[in-house]
Design a protein around this ligand. Structure first.
Ligand code: AMP
Ligand code: MG
Length: 414
């Protein structure tokens, strides 16, 4: 039996970041930038008002207070999106809205709240405005280039694009951007007992749930699922399905079931005939049987059939492979240290116990989610974490600390 760490290291050697493609920026969300993005402009492009107020010469406001306001003559009104040729001369002001360019002559903005703006028309003298507090040069002004300078490297190659990076790309006028392309992942379920999602149950049959949990995981981690349905435990049918998948141009091939070591399995025979495979027993529970190899140059992971084993194995091996192909650097699942809420038994293999993790008084606590059978998919449904019981350990007591892989956390949390 090989360890989880050995298996993972070997698997990951067979994956490299895929080539870039150009996409619309919204399609670049969560993907890895494959170019350095430089700015062709200053952002903001011009000095502008950060507030609704009056554009003034700061000197003119010296000593102003609500008791002794300074009065300035209003010589214009400027909304965002417009410019003016009117110059703010000493003793004058221009009424200005947030985002409007600062007029020539002005060097600061007094907020409406600090002026007689709120007074009724009767209380105000014609086109004069009372200034209730003094401002310094630059106050309430956003200066050109304060966010981004022309020529600056704004986003480095390798950046994972989040909503804020998409926004910055838009402000730079970049409608399209180069990112690492998404891997296409073939998903093939195998087994005579399987029926499709919409077939009525029949004696001895179960629905093919692995196709859906696997496809959902592929999508969650940024890949494109290529669903091939079910192949019976039959040499011709399996061979045909595998070739059909390969013909669709995939970067990773996932099969489920039929790879347990020991029993005679058609899947193993076909994979051996079509490619070069290793069949492993990985020292983990759930998920002992695992196949890995290449068929016609495409890496293939043969996941175990049991639904929980398939998902846990996917998280340990297929997930990091997909992330690596996407050009991501952080391949480790986010983990926390938690305190066990009850005694837990383990097999001596690396255990992945489905658990509910809660935080109380600054500590994480882990409570295992009932029956842990590798077919009990609701143990995953209830869980938000996988408690890891290290190899060689058969018993962990309530109160002991364990490492937990967080199932639902964003992938960039350390
Ligand atoms: P195997 O790896 O072929 O020994 O299968 C182990 C268990 O997983 C058996 O109980 C199978 O019925 C079950 N199983 C296999 N494939 C699927 C699937 N696609 N969806 C749900 N359960 C499955
Ligand atoms: Mg089987």
């Amino acid at each position: 039996m090989i360890s989880v760490d050995e298996a993972l290291e070997y698997v990951l050697k067979h994956f490299q970041p895929l080539e870039p493609e150009e996409v619309e920026i919204l399609d670049a969300l969560d993907r890895v930038l494959a170019e350095g993005v430089y700015s062709g402009v200053e952002i903001p492009p011009f000095d502008n008002s950060a507030m609704d107020g009056y554009a003034v010469r700061a000197m003119d406001t010296a000593g102003a207070s609500s008791e002794a306001p300074t009065t300035l003559r209003v010589i214009g009104d400027l909304a965002a999106g417009y410019t003016t040729d009117v110059v703010v001369e000493p003793g004058t002001a221009i009424r200005i809205m947030t985002g409007a360019p600062l007029p020539a002559g002005a060097d600061a903005v007094v907020r409406f709240e600090e002026t007689s703006e709120g007074l009724s028309a009767g209380e105000r003298a014609g086109n004069w405005i009372g200034i209730f507090s003094q401002v310094v040069v630059g106050e309430n002004v956003r200066s050109a280039g304060e966010d981004i300078h022309k020529g600056e490297l704004v986003l480095a190659e390798g950046t994972i694009l989040r909503s804020q990076e998409i926004g910055v790309l838009a402000s730079l006028g970049r409608a399209r951007v180069r990112v690492i392309r998404r891997p296409r992942v073939a998903i093939l379920a195998t087994g005579d007992e399987l029926i499709t999602i919409d077939e009525p149950l029949a004696p001895g049959k179960i629905r093919n749930s692995n196709e859906y949990s696997n496809a959902a995981l592929v999508r969650r981690y940024g890949g494109i699922p290529v669903r091939l349905g079910i192949a019976r435990d039959d040499v011709e049918e399996l061979t045909a399905k595998i070739r059909e998948g390969l013909a669709q141009g995939v970067d990773l091939f996932l099969t489920s079931a039929g790879v347990s070591v020991g029993d005679y399995d058609v899947v193993k025979d076909v994979l051996n005939t079509e490619g070069e495979m290793h069949f492993w027993q990985v020292c983990m529970k759930p998920g002992k049987p695992l196949a890995f190899g290449e068929i016609q140059g495409v890496p293939l992971l043969g996941l175990p059939g049991n639904p929980v084993s398939a998902m846990v194995s996917f998280e340990q091996f297929a997930r990091p492979a997909i992330l690596k192909m996407l050009g991501k650097m952080r391949l480790r699942k986010p983990t926390v240290e938690a305190i066990l809420e009850e005694d837990v038994k383990s097999s001596g293999r690396r255990g992945f116990k489905r658990a509910v993790i809660t935080k109380r008084d600054g500590e994480y606590y882990a409570s295992v989610t009932g029956p842990q059978g590798s077919g009990v998919l609701t143990s995953m449904v209830k869980a938000n974490g996988l408690v890891i019981i290290p190899e060689g350990i058969r018993h962990k007591k309530a109160g002991e600390r364990v490492t937990v892989q967080m199932l639902d956390w964003p992938e960039n949390v350390e």
